[in-house]
Ligand binder design. Sequence first.
Ligand SMILES: Cc1cc2nc3c(=O)[nH]c(=O)nc-3n(C[C@H](O)[C@H](O)[C@H](O)COP(=O)(O)OP(=O)(O)OC[C@H]3O[C@@H](n4cnc5c(N)ncnc54)[C@H](O)[C@@H]3O)c2cc1C
Length: 433
Amino acid sequence: MREEARHFETELAVIGSGIAGFAASIFALNRKIDTAQVGNTGAVAYTTGYLDLLGSIEGSGVAVDNPWDGIEQLKKTHPDHPLCQVPAGDIRKGFEQFTAFLGECGIAYSAPHDSNLTALTPAGTLKKTLCVPATMAAGPKAFAAKTPCVIIDFKGLKGFSARQVVANLQDKWPSLSAERITFPAMDKGEIYPEVMARALEVPATRQELAVLLKQAAGDAKVIGLPALLGMHEPDKVRTELEQLTGLQIFEIPTMPPSVPGIRLREMFEQVFPQKGITLIPQQKVVSLDFDAGGALLTLSDNYGPITIRCKAVILATGRFLSGGLEAHITGITESLLDLPVTQPENRTDWYLDSYTDRRGHAIHKAGIEVDVSYRPLDKNGTPYNECLFAAGIILAHQDWIRGRSGAGIAIATAYKAVEAAEKFLHAAHALHK
Ligand SMILES: Cc1cc2nc3c(=O)[nH]c(=O)nc-3n(C[C@H](O)[C@H](O)[C@H](O)COP(=O)(O)OP(=O)(O)OC[C@H]3O[C@@H](n4cnc5c(N)ncnc54)[C@H](O)[C@@H]3O)c2cc1C
């Protein structure tokens, strides 16, 4: 059978389905820009669900309590950092719009406040983050109040150990204890968070689990669980379990791939088409060409070839893990347009000797350069194309892992890239009137 070619026309195309790509589509939707998004599976399925703005000053290892003050400090020591280029008011608006959208679509988040929250990691260490899913919100509160609490894990579930969480936190949270239970109808072999989360969408599984949780909680009124409370309606699953048990319940992120990340991806894949966004998920753009009218994206899926013609495009393809950057023997390249990548001069300078060196490795700051309008620069230092914009961790001069700033960089720069793209689209529209 001959494959049928499909063609879409849109004002804005977003390439990438990480937090930057999804945020860009949300901001474009809020600005009523006709948008198409193409993204291959990427790091969003690995994320903990926490939205970090700035949890640490890169290179210092010092935790940041107030990320807004932290950014002011960052301006003195890391003036090229992408977060230092975005006014605080715009970062806040970006977080507000992003979390509000998630809440409207069924995954409630805490709003961005003035201080970071102290949240639990899968290993029971602590990290600073700005916004957490509502399913996790009781964790930082219980930790802050040192409320007696039981951390529960499941027989057969690897990568999450209640005993490990308790062992790592016992100095700071003495009234914490661990219990292991058997997940309903999963009493044999290895079990997986994604499967457990989907099982909890069935009311009978919730009722069975509630009985087991109540027994395991003993006298405690608060319990922490690995993040698996449903895939599509986590707030409803948690609320119902709380009603059934009479306990306060919070989720703790698990090792990747994680349910909170998959939740976000599946929610966007369901909601974006309903809101009018042309979404082509799980696919890679293979070429991006420019002409006087804008850009042409070429890709294909199981049904055949696809082309998307747009007037402006946002590149949000991430770094190595997601394929936006590639590391070769000869150096680091940008994979779609071969944009120049700011990187250490020699390959031998990519890493310091010790992997855990607090200063961080130079390779983790590699990325592309943009101008004040978030247009990627070519090798002459001028915009590659006036209709091309970029956002997210593909941008140079930041080590988001050490800065605990993954979502912050993604959301803040997506906000600015969409703002710049809208300005460009309006100017182009006025010219052609
Ligand atoms: C293990 C792990 C844990 C994390 N935990 C946190 C956390 O606790 N808090 C936090 O704030 N952040 C966290 N992050 C970071 C966060 O998930 C994002 O990686 C980060 O916010 C950057 O987002 P991004 O959209 O710029 O890039 P990415 O998330 O890397 O997304 C890039 C996207 O582009 C796609 N892509 C690449 N090339 C193409 C192409 N040619 N065509 C189409 N699509 C393409 C990729 O498939 C991917 O979907 C974590 C990340 C990982 C890996």
